[in-house]
Design a protein around this ligand. Structure first.
Ligand code: 5GP
Length: 252
């Protein structure tokens, strides 16, 4: 059977149509980029690791009542997802100061924020994904006022669930980026991926600011041991999901 024509190829994933117009197939790639694709490389096994991590996190979030585009994984680096129209907005949630928040505000790395900070960025590579104000977002009609409120509420809900999940893995959820899409019923669904590519994750068993990094910052900052860090995250997520599902089946 010949491979269908790809719909879209991004930096970390390729999207294919399927026989069902409501379902798309995502192939997770080993390719890694940073700094708006100025830095490029490969993280061996990343496609399969991120696909598995994202699948488990989407399943967990669904169990917490959050609607996602996830359907299933036919092979280790493939994910079937519901077709959505992606909103051109990246929603970033921060619990601890790191990355661009430190660079742009002078807050010290590692400062625990008094409450989660939700930010919106314009998903537009040509402009370098700039930070948006609410009014700019509405001016550009990137979302309706209702959708904007919904995005913020959903992002905070995802944050609460993921903080608790990663806590049980011995991992601190520093910050992360989400993308949302609208399905044919006009429902807002959590889309894209949640993985060490899109989150900052710190190992609670390490205090050294470089040793503790378990995410794409290892690649961005040339810290080495990138594959091992992703594998560690996957192992802990799998162990946590296993015990969660066991507890759930006992309750049934
Ligand atoms: P920062 O704004 O500090 O660079 O990123 C904040 C968080 O959002 C980090 O966890 C980072 O991984 C994620 N993030 C922000 N923009 C992007 C993006 O374009 N691609 C990916 N993979 N992650 C992003």
């Amino acid at each position: 059977m010949s491979q269908p024509q790809k719909l879209y190829e991004g930096k970390a994933k390729i999207l294919y149509p399927t026989e069902d117009p409501e379902i798309l197939l995502t192939i997770y790639k080993d390719d890694a980029t940073a700094f708006n694709a100025q830095k490029r490389g490969q993280i061996v096994g990343k496609g399969e690791m991120n696909c598995a991590i994202a699948a488990h996190l989407f399943e967990f979030l669904e169990s917490e009542g959050i609607c996602t585009h996830f359907i299933d994984c036919p092979t280790p680096n493939q994910m079937r997802v519901k077709r959505v129209t992606i909103l051109p907005v990246e929603v970033v949630v921060r619990n601890i100061a790191a990355g661009s928040l430190c660079q742009q505000t002078g807050l010290p790395l590692g400062k625990v924020l008094p409450k989660p900070l939700v930010e919106f960025y314009y998903k537009k590579d040509e402009l370098g994904d700039p930070l948006l104000t609410r009014d700019r977002l509405l001016l550009l009609e990137l979302a309706t006022p209702d959708q904007l409120n919904q995005l913020e509420q959903l992002a905070l809900q995802v944050n609460q669930s993921l903080i608790a999940f990663f806590q049980r893995c011995g991992i601190t959820l520093v910050d992360f980026k989400l993308e949302f899409g609208i399905d044919t019923n006009q429902q807002l669904l959590l889309a894209d991926e949640i993985s060490p590519d899109t989150c900052r994750l710190w190992n609670q068993g390490e205090t050294d600011p470089e040793q503790r990094v378990m995410d794409k910052d290892r690649f961005r900052r040339d810290l080495g041991q990138v594959e091992q860090a992703y594998q560690q995250v996957l192992d802990r997520v799998l162990a946590q999901e296993g015990s969660r599902q066991k507890a759930q089946s006992k309750r049934l």
